[in-house]
Design a binder for this molecule. Structure first.
Ligand code: SF4
Ligand code: SF4
Length: 299
């Protein structure tokens, strides 16, 4: 799914656009605006993306909060979308950990891992799936001749899937957990994705791989724009990867002009920060090693 522009990105872009608009219009009452925005982003009486307009707006409301840096609210809480906005409506960094959040009521509670015989099974004579299963978990439906997996016995090794000539057996894994290199995602008591924040490194892989848009990160767009509006000199540190994001027509010169039009004082390549750190580290090294420190490590 990565690299494909889906409706999840469409919603995400709409939310960021509205949050940015709200930040530029300092005269707008943020509280009222936040309550009204789900109706602007999801108009009408029918669902635009899912089949339930109320659920869609609830998810947009929660995503709006996260985009403002506000904490996630569970569906069990009764509070307005703008709850706590006084703390976030400022021109400096506002951030309540964790960065990556599962919106539980948006989560599909996808099966953690299952091996499944599809209707592509031809009920072949060989039945290699039965032969290779180390747990005798594959049964034969004598009426159709097709394979059936006893989920109690199945250990999800996927050997049956690898030998089927028709690719009729699939191994389904929960996309967020599969993408997580830190093994940080399990299930809560309702079967919804749950992040272990002792393991999570906030890489965002689960976020970009969830097909339900149920994982979202917090942003500082609002506070950054407020800082620009306050007259502070705000500099943008842009990663060279912007070329991949915007395509070959967006040259560094065009990007710089666009960022300045948004109010940034100037734009620098993010590696300049690394150069500054390297210079500082070199000075520290000369000062402290080996008299005060036996060695200095860097990543
Ligand atoms: S992939 Fe998304 S919808 Fe599925 S369990 Fe993970 S967070 Fe929930
Ligand atoms: S994929 Fe990354 S952000 Fe998501 S839970 Fe794992 S470590 Fe955390």
């Amino acid at each position: 799914m990565r690299g494909v522009e889906t409706r999840i990105q469409e919603i995400r872009h709409k939310i960021f656009t509205e949050v940015a608009r709200m930040a530029y219009h300092t005269e707008w009452p943020v509280k009222d605006r936040m309550e009204a925005l789900p109706y602007k982003i999801i108009p009408g009486e029918k669902g635009n993306f899912r089949n339930d307009v109320f659920l869609e707006r609830a998810i947009v409301g929660e995503r709006l909060r996260l985009a403002m840096g506000l904490p996630y609210r569970s569906a069990a809480e009764h509070s307005p979308i703008s709850d706590g906005i006084e703390a976030a409506d400022k021109d400096e960094t506002y951030y309540t950990p964790p960065l990556i959040n599962v919106i539980k009521f948006a989560c599909n509670a996808c099966p953690e891992k299952r091996v499944h015989v599809t209707d592509g099974c031809q009920g072949c004579l060989a039945h290699p799936c039965m032969e290779v299963c180390p747990k005798d978990a594959i049964l034969l439906d004598r009426t159709t001749g097709k394979s059936v997996i006893d989920q109690e016995k199945c250990i999800k090794c996927g050997r049956c899937a690898s030998v089927c000539s028709y690719n009729a057996i699939i191994v389904q894994e929960r996309p967020c957990a599969k993408a997580c290199g830190m093994d940080a995602i399990s299930s809560d008591e309702n079967g919804k994705a749950n992040i272990d924040y002792d393991k999570c490194v906030s890489c965002g892989q689960c976020l970009v791989n969830c097909p339900f848009g149920a994982i979202a990160d917090k942003s500082q767009i609002f506070q950054t724009i407020r800082a620009i509006q306050s007259g502070e000199k705000v500099y943008a540190a842009v990663a060279p990867a912007f070329v991949g994001q915007f395509g070959p027509k967006v040259t560094p010169g065009k990007l710089r002009a666009a960022m300045k039009a948004l109010g940034f004082a100037d734009v620098f390549e993010v590696a300049i920060g690394a150069d500054l750190c390297a210079k500082q580290e070199a000075e520290d090294f000369l000062k402290e090693v080996p008299d005060e420190l036996p060695f200095m490590a860097t990543s």
